[in-house]
Design a protein around this ligand. Structure first.
Ligand code: NAP
Length: 539
């Protein structure tokens, strides 16, 4: 039997969070190992290698700021990078900082339990290894647990079945195939135009239409990146002070942008349409009332429909592509030629709201009205977000209580998205209750990793062995976070987003990410530290 291996800290995951956690904790003098289930580093950017996978935050912003050297050395080639470039960047970081010697790949953590007497976690892996550590940092990502789509008969499909969120490393050549794509969230919208370029025929099965708009991606112009590098810190400071941790979304810069004052419900229809001519895809959201009033929101969606009708030739197809749920309820999607794809002769849209899927058979997809023959099925059906990964690990805390049971019964509770009461010395990077997925993830990840590193240094310097969220502080934070979502579009009727856990049967409907913005959240985290880690008990 293998010996138990001891560390100060075990990090779970080697994506953006885990890589920085290994570096930061190691530099602070802790012995650390990251356990990563994949056979490569990169996390999200390792798994989601489907055709068209691309970040919708500009690479100059969606990148680490902690190392001035890496920031200067790495050369981005596009405004918004595709998956291979981001994966290559994370591999470069791993090499540049010599992180691989403290990362164990192909290692799935299956269980961990807290020893209340020894104040330590015992971590077990699928391969039968055991690690013991005083602290665990779950750098497991927010969108890393694929959701089984619950399609009857899927296992009987005789063709090739591919999932966007675990796409084969060697890729897939769609030429010569009849392909079906199920799912039209960010992943589906990105891969559909590329698959359409290759496949003999593409059938898109859409349950909920997407609020998508052109990404307007492009190669970086000569000298553009150098200009950013010459003054990088200024951009980083702006990012940290911005509501969502970024100063642009897609190709659109927020700098100097004032919130709109015009109200859609007080504007005649012809003037609304004139704004569509003027602002294009920015028009539906360019009103003071659309994100606060459901009737105004519906009027914004109508402008969105107008934009789709201007692109899509077939009126019936165009109508099916207009979302039926409030704008702003799900994540805004950025695409490259998505709506244009439905003008191609060999692309068919099946509107599942009119003709739902009944089952998958050996030869394809049977909807209520007919059977669709396909040789390849691509499932872009999403994730059990934010809590799914940790819920699949047997995590036993104080008094034998399992994290999964706590989250199933109370909802995804957490103090600041950093710790859950009853689970001492276990930290979650971008956990539920933190801004995480509503922000530029890298900015939020850096803030959490730095907060956790400072915390462990403080515990060491003050001879504390444990830190644990206090139940009262946790409850107060959960109530505060919930109060901000009450009455907003994000929690409105008809809004069934993964933010609310609504895509997972049986999951409690609670808005998981913190909606109050990154600056307010950072302030709160800093105040907690300044007050000697208020809301945490230290022993
Ligand atoms: P998603 O947004 O959850 O979309 C899943 C899609 O699959 C939805 O259209 C859903 O329909 C559909 N679906 C699920 N089960 C189905 C079933 N049984 N039958 C028919 N349709 C089914 O997942 P995702 O597209 O992978 O994106 C998840 C998140 O990852 C995004 O919101 C974003 O945060 C992130 N992401 C970002 C990027 C980027 O930066 N560009 C790219 C990809 C992903 P319903 O909506 O009706 O449930």
């Amino acid at each position: 039997m293998e010996a138990v291996r001891n560390y100060d800290v075990v990090v779970i995951g080697a994506g953006f969070s885990g890589l920085y956690a290994v570096h930061s904790l190691r530099e602070t003098g802790f012995s650390v190992i990251a356990l990563e289930k994949a056979d490569g580093v990169g996390g999200t950017w390792f798994w989601n290698r489907y055709p068209g996978a691309r970040c919708d935050v500009q690479s100059i912003e969606y990148s680490y700021s902690f190392s001035k050297e890496i920031q200067q050395e790495w050369e981005w080639t596009e405004l918004m990078s595709a998956q291979p470039e981001i994966e290559a960047y994370l591999n470069f970081v791993a090499d540049r900082l010599d992180l691989r010697r403290d990362i164990q790949l192909s290692t799935l953590v299956t269980a961990m339990s807290y020893d209340e007497d020894g104040h330590r976690w015992t971590i077990e892996t699928e391969g039968g290894e055991t690690f013991v550590a005083r602290f665990v940092v779950a750098a497991t990502g927010c969108l890393s647990e694929p959701l089984e789509p619950g399609l009857r008969g899927l296992e009987t499909f005789a063709g090739t079945c591919l999932f966007t969120n675990r796409f084969p490393k060697e890729g897939f050549d769609f030429r010569g195939h009849r392909v079906g794509v199920i799912g039209t969230g960010s992943s589906g919208v990105q891969c559909i135009p590329i698959i359409a370029e290759q496949a003999d025929h593409l059938t898109v099965f859409q349950r909920s239409a997407a609020y998508s708009r052109p990404a307007d991606n492009r190669p970086l112009r000569p000298g553009e990146l150098d200009a950013v590098k010459a003054n990088y810190e200024e951009l980083r400071v702006k990012q940290r002070g911005a509501y969502a941790g970024l100063v642009s979304f897609g190709a659109v810069s927020f700098e100097g942008m004032e919130p709109p004052e015009r109200r859609i419900l007080e504007t005649p229809i012809d003037e609304r349409l004139a704004l569509v001519d003027q602002l294009g895809w920015s028009a539906p959201g360019a009103w003071a009332d659309v994100m606060f009033d459901l009737e105004a929101n519906q009027a914004g969606t109508e402008l969105y429909g107008e934009l789709i009708r201007r692109v899509v030739d077939d009126p019936e197809v165009a109508e099916s592509l207009v979302p039926h749920y409030p704008m702003g309820c799900k994540r805004q999607i950025l695409d490259t030629g998505y709506f244009e794809t439905f003008n191609r002769d060999h692309v068919t849209l099946v509107d599942l709201r009119k003709d739902p899927i009944e089952e998958i058979t050996a030869t394809g997809v049977t909807t209520r009205d007919r059977h669709h023959d396909v040789d390849v099925l691509v499932l872009a059906t999403g994730f059990d977000a934010m809590t799914g990964t940790l819920n699949r690990i047997e995590i036993t805390g104080r008094n034998g209580r399992m994290l999964r049971d706590v989250w199933n019964s109370e909802g995804p509770v957490s103090y600041l998205g950093l710790q859950v009461a009853g689970f001492p010395n276990l930290f979650t990077v971008t956990g539920p209750g933190s801004p995480s997925v509503l922000t530029n993830m890298v900015v939020s990840i850096e803030q959490h990793v730095e907060w956790i590193t400072d915390c462990l240094r403080y515990l060491r310097d003050h001879d504390h062995r444990t830190i644990e969220a206090e139940p009262d502080a946790q409850e107060e934070w959960v109530d505060h976070a919930a109060s901000l979502v009450q009455g907003t579009i994000r929690n409105s009727e008809g809004c069934n987003s993964w933010y609310l856990g609504a895509n997972v049967p049986g999951k409690r409907r609670i808005h998981m990410p913190y909606i109050g913005g990154l600056p307010a959240y950072r302030r709160k985290c800093d105040e907690v530290v300044a007050a000697g880690y208020s809301g945490f008990s230290l022993s």
